[in-house]
Design a protein around this ligand. Structure first.
Ligand code: ASP
Length: 326
């Protein structure tokens, strides 16, 4: 009896494993959900839509963006951490995937062991942008204005763990001031309020700010990279405008839940690499100041070690700033 049971059990496991690998070979046979942990219309969403379209063509299945926004990106990230590891739920996240590890006292997931990185996607500078009618004309003016009006100046961000929060945190600790943060579910809704004049300023990716800067709807006072950005060459760096050494640039990566089968991972890596080589994607990214990752970085091994290094890099900086969320 127990021998029979054992044989049956072994057969069921073998059948499960062979189905699993047949499914992995045939992948994808249905649409793939690409979770973006911020609001639609924002910069992370923009990057996701830029790569989702060519990836859909290559994989011959729709890659559908799912904006699971909230809690600085941790809501969407948790959704993918808990999803089945079958390649049908993926995460596109930015630097916040690494900084949240130090910013949150407790996360509902493990940023490393719950995920399997597919590859790096892009690198994006940030910009300090202010409402059109704020009485400052340059970055030094913003530094003076915020020092003099620290109690009333407000600064938008996409929640603790977002890139805009990180940039704002670095800005405030450089100035030794505490400004009033206004959190949103992403910088798309924050941009609406900046345009409407309810928000004084924010620091956000060029992917979201370039169009409004070019249209003259907001003022760009500085970029956050060491070098000026080719697509916004008249905008000085924060480093050259009163905050020496100030530098933050945002990177994006694509992840699957831990345990995703190798044949599925291989197809996703190939699709990501082909999407990043697509001239249309490259042109669109370049126009918005975004650098697509090189092929050797759009790989699981590179992304896995990069994410670990970023967690280690930001941990002491965040600890020194003393910012935590529960
Ligand atoms: N730019 C946002 C951030 O500050 C996220 C977004 O809305 O894409 O992280």
């Amino acid at each position: 009896m127990s021998q029979k049971f054992f044989t049956l059990g072994t057969a069921v496991v073998a059948l499960f494993l062979s189905n699993h690998s047949i499914n992995a070979q045939e992948y994808p046979t249905k649409p793939i959900s690409l979770v973006v942990p911020f609001a639609a219309g924002g910069p992370t969403d923009a990057i996701a839509r830029m790569v989702a379209e060519p990836m859909s063509k290559i994989l011959k299945q729709a890659v559908v963006v799912d904006n699971a926004a909230g809690a600085g990106g941790t809501v969407g990230t948790n959704k993918v951490a808990k999803a089945a590891s079958d390649g049908y739920t993926l995460l596109l996240h930015h630097i916040g995937h690494a900084t949240s590890v130090s910013l949150y006292r407790k996360l509902p997931y493990d940023a490393i062991s719950d995920f399997q990185p597919i590859g790096m996607i892009s690198e994006v500078p940030m910009t300090f942008v202010v409402r059109k009618n704020l009485a400052v004309t340059d970055f030094k003016g913003l530094l003076e204005y915020t020092r003099a009006n620290a109690k009333t100046v407000n600064m938008a961000n996409a929640g603790i763990g977002s890139a805009s929060h990180l940039c704002g945190m670095l800005f405030q600790s450089a100035l030794k001031t505490d400004l009033t943060p206004i959190p949103y579910k992403g910088t798309a809704p924050a941009m609406n309020d900046l345009l409407g004049g309810q928000i004084d300023f924010m620091c956000d990716q060029t992917t979201n700010t370039t169009g409004q800067i070019r249209a003259g709807a907001i003022k760009a006072l500085a970029v956050t990279t060491k070098q000026r950005v080719a697509s916004l060459k008249d905008v000085p760096t924060a480093n050259e405008s009163g905050l020496p050494g100030f530098e933050v640039s945002v990177w994006h990566a694509l992840y699957a839940p831990k345990g995703t089968p190798k044949p599925v991972m291989d197809k996703l890596v190939a699709a990501l690499q082909a999407a990043l080589a697509d001239p249309k994607v490259r042109d669109k990214m370049a126009d918005l100041g975004t650098e697509p990752s090189a092929q050797n970085k759009a790989t699981p091994d590179y992304a896995a070690s990069f994410v670990k290094a970023e967690i280690a890099k930001w941990s002491p900086i965040i600890k020194a700033a003393g910012v935590y969320a529960d």
